[in-house]
Design a protein around this ligand. Structure first.
Ligand SMILES: *Cc1c(COP(=O)(O)O)cnc(C)c1O
Length: 377
């Protein structure tokens, strides 16, 4: 007999977090209602200063989403038709979408089978092959993705970028708060981009994002692009930009959440080690490079018969998610790139067998034991 699904387990429990900081959230939000500066209010500068310091970068530019955080630096680099950007096919659509949106070419590079992040050896090969192909297009940059909360392997990536004269734009949408060789996610490469979508490790109550850089000229361009390419004043436009601002309300929410963020990262790591200890004899548990501290945006494992496993877990009341069932090179949106099944075998194999289980700082030991039991049984 199967156990009835009596448990109600959340995949991500934002309510438990809210209960902890409700007073501080209300205080921060009330303050915004009182001063009324809903657009670019004082909380934006306060947040940008805190985030820049946290990440260890000179500048932070808050923006409307993680997608804009990727788009705006590409606009600042003047990326367009004739340019090519290298990235991973095993990521959320936004990573490659922003490249295509600007009319530039996307070249995918397969992932490391253990970390699921872009493979630096294959990256070098792909760039070399591209340069030799004399396509008439110009290689401009690399967007490595920090999947599931673990940063990509930035030292070799930055060496390769220097060798070919490319910029590195770090997609740290899932890794904010994590580290690579002690450096915070968002501080690798030339520019770092992150997302504050509610389900990300640091999330607001809507859409939000941030960009990090050390270069003053880049920061100025990003600030201009954020407000329709404005120059010295609002009605002086010196380039094409977007409406890419973060709402003051969302900055207020993030400021309240920042107060407990480091503790939440520790809790996430405790939960992840507990999962790994209990699951390691039954499934392939996540591999974290010794250089990295993950923030566990997702705890993802592989199953040969995933459909059966997901059905079983669902019947026991354990929610799951599949990130990502279809690599980007096989998406219809990118059919013009001419890729086909077999081009990136590791991404394809992982996409066919990976799934994520509940992960958030407030997952109880009891619920975790229940989830583990449901998986191994
Ligand atoms: C969430 C995410 C984005 C986009 O962030 P939004 O805030 O949803 O626009 C980009 N890249 C990756 C890897 C993500 O996980």
């Amino acid at each position: 007999m199967t156990i009835a699904a009596t448990k109600k387990i959340d995949f991500i429990d934002l309510k438990a977090q809210q209960r902890r900081i409700r007073a501080s959230l209300e205080q921060r939000i009330t303050k915004v209602m009182d001063h009324g500066a809903y657009i670019m209010g004082p909380e934006i500068a306060e947040l940008e200063e805190k985030l820049a310091k946290y990440v260890g970068m000179k500048h932070c530019v808050a923006c409307a989403s993680g997608t804009d955080a990727l788009l705006m630096p590409l606009m600042a680099y003047d990326i367009g038709p004739g340019d090519v950007i290298f990235t991973s096919p095993f990521t959320f659509i936004a990573t490659a979408e922003v490249i295509a949106l600007l009319g530039a070419g996307v070249v995918f590079v397969d992932i490391d089978p253990r970390t699921y992040n872009i493979d630096p050896v294959k990256l070098d090969e792909a760039i070399q092959k591209f340069v030799k192909s004399n396509s008439g297009k110009k290689a401009k940059g690399i967007i490595p993705v920090d999947l599931f909360g673990q940063t990509a392997d930035y030292d070799p990536i930055e060496t390769i970028a220097k060798k070919y004269g490319l910029f590195v734009l770090q997609d740290a949408a899932q890794s904010f708060g994590g580290t690579y060789k002690g450096r915070k996610a968002g501080s690798s490469g030339n520019v770092g981009a992150t997302s504050f979508f509610p389900a990300k490790p640091l999330g607001c109550y809507g859409d939000g994002g941030a960009i990090f850089c050390n270069d003053d000229a880049m920061m100025q361009k990003l600030r201009s692009i954020r407000v329709h390419g404005q120059g010295s004043d609002k009605y002086n436009n010196i380039r094409i930009g977007i409406n890419g601002r973060l709402d003051t309300m969302q900055a207020a929410v993030l400021l309240a959440k920042m107060e407990i963020f480091d503790e939440e990262i520790r809790l996430r790591n405790n939960i992840a080690s507990r999962y790994s200890d209990q699951l390691k004899n039954n499934v392939l548990t996540p591999f974290v490079q010794p250089e990295c501290m993950s923030v566990w945006a997702q705890y993802s494992i592989l199953a040969d018969h995933r459909d059966e496993m997901l059905k079983k877990l669902k019947s026991r009341g354990v929610p799951t998610a599949v990130y990502y069932p279809k690599p980007l090179h096989l998406q219809d949106a990118f059919r013009d790139l001419g890729y086909k099944r077999g081009d990136f075998p590791i991404s394809e194999r992982i996409a066919d067998s990976i799934f994520s289980i509940p992960m958030h700082p407030y997952l109880s030991t009891e619920d975790q034991d229940y989830i583990v039991k449901a998986i191994v049984e």
